[in-house]
Design a protein around this ligand. Structure first.
Ligand code: ADP
Ligand code: MG
Length: 236
């Protein structure tokens, strides 16, 4: 059974349609890259998958026992979030909120999960540092550790490498690839940088207010209009 199926999805804000005709399925362990110009509906779809936006049409079906609250999410960053005045430990621990159920306080298991995620991403030494004093690359690792507190199954990442230098971006992509290949985590990543993920992602969804393309990365590369994105001459 597919881990995720979108059937004829559409979204609108205040009665104005912004995205329609989204139809695709993902299997466990696949890696989907969502591309499209600014305003094409990428973030709207991500929020829909998390049940933060309600579709005006269509259906989102999750399989493999996946609940929306078990999806790890790394949101598109704003300057306000970059200046967040909390310690790395506190930021990562807040990723456990969804799994607290009726408890009021974080338990030992949550705290252990924070430490093991910081360790796995090579940032345990930053544990007591203030989040806003970190470099962009370190901040994204912290947010990835936070997203991993919510899931062992599926990660949604919204433009996680925007603003990173090419070395930090490549390190980030490598980390995501390891989580995908070694831990079998299904990845859905919005990216402007098709070239950067061309060797990692298994599938591509290209949006322009509707679904322009869905298929494997290989099929995407074979489209006669996609070369400018894949070669990096034109960012989407
Ligand atoms: N909260 C909102 N209220 C009204 N319009 C919105 C809202 N969020 C996004 N939009 C509009 O919906 C369209 C798609 O936005 P978005 O999903 O953020 O695009 P992308 O992430 O691809 O840049 C844009 O035209 C945007 O202006
Ligand atoms: Mg967006």
């Amino acid at each position: 059974m597919s881990v995720l199926a979108c059937q004829d999805l559409a979204f609108s804000y205040d009665g104005k349609d912004v995205l329609e005709g989204v139809n695709f399925t993902l299997e466990h362990g696949e890696y989907l890259c969502i591309v499209g110009e600014n305003g094409s509906g990428k973030t709207t779809l991500m929020k829909g998958l998390l049940h933060l936006n309600k579709p005006t049409k269509g259906k989102i079906i999750t399989g493999d026992g996946l609940k929306p609250s078990e999806i790890g999410y790394l949101p598109q960053q704003t300057q306000i979030q970059r200046d967040f005045p909390a310690s790395v430990y506190e930021v990562v621990l807040s990723g456990c909120l969804n799994s607290m159920g009726k408890r009021l306080f974080y338990g030992r298991k949550h705290k252990q999960r924070v430490i093991s995620n910081l360790e796995a991403l090579g940032i345990l030494s930053l544990k007591n540092k203030c989040y806003r004093e970190l470099s962009g690359g370190q901040q994204q690792r912290v947010l990835l550790a936070r997203a991993l507190c919510a899931t062992k199954k599926m990660l949604l990442l919204d433009e996680p490498t925007t603003g990173l230098d090419p070395v930090a971006a490549e390190e980030f992509y490598q980390m995501i690839q390891r989580l995908n290949r070694e831990q079998g985590i299904t990845v859905i990543m919005v990216s402007h940088d098709v070239k950067g993920v061309a060797d990692h992602a298994s599938h591509v969804l290209h949006l322009d207010g509707r679904q322009k393309f869905f298929g494997t990365m290989q099929e995407y590369k074979e489209q006669d209009w996609s070369f400018m994105y894949v070669k990096g001459d034109k960012n989407v």
